[in-house]
Design a protein around this ligand. Sequence first.
Ligand code: HEC
Length: 159
Amino acid sequence: MPPRIILLRGCIIAFAIVITGCEEANQSETRSLKDILNQNTERVVRNFDPVQVQRGEIIFQENCENCHGKQAAGTTDWRTPGADGRFPPPPLNGTAHAWHHSTAVLKKTILKGGPPEFSSMPAWEDKLTEQQVDDVVVWIKSLWPDEIYATWYQNFEDK
Ligand code: HEC
């Protein structure tokens, strides 16, 4: 077989693996979300202080929106690492992974950032106060759909 054809076959196989990989990831994400929505989760009332939510939104717009997108909707291809091997900023609005974490873990992620060799999430501990981080976490939670928030609440707060 001429080398060009071998190369082409290699590319097609690699492409097929990437596509299948993506589909699997999407399916499991969709399935788990559907399962969650099918659960008869009781509505959990979010007694957030509207003033705090508003402060959090401004902190987000000034510091985070350039990476995480408007209304923390992130990038569409946040599951695919870039050329440097780092993942793009994910959505924080309840469609990705942030709601799998406790408040403490979310706060720590924001304060400490990711390991610079693997992640472009900056550390905010020298730039934001703990109160500002609390505010932005509350704003992020205010974006989550009811079912997502209820599931998060059951997993972390309702013990
Ligand atoms: C320079 C781009 C950039 C900025 C600015 C940024 N982030 Fe991130 N953030 C990321 C990336 C990239 C990730 C994915 C983490 C990884 O790859 O390790 C991330 C991850 C996160 C996560 C974890 C999400 C999850 O699904 O577990 C949270 C929470 C978060 N960021 C909040 C914030 C907040 C709040 C701010 C503003 C104070 C902010 N980020 C600013 C790039 C950024």
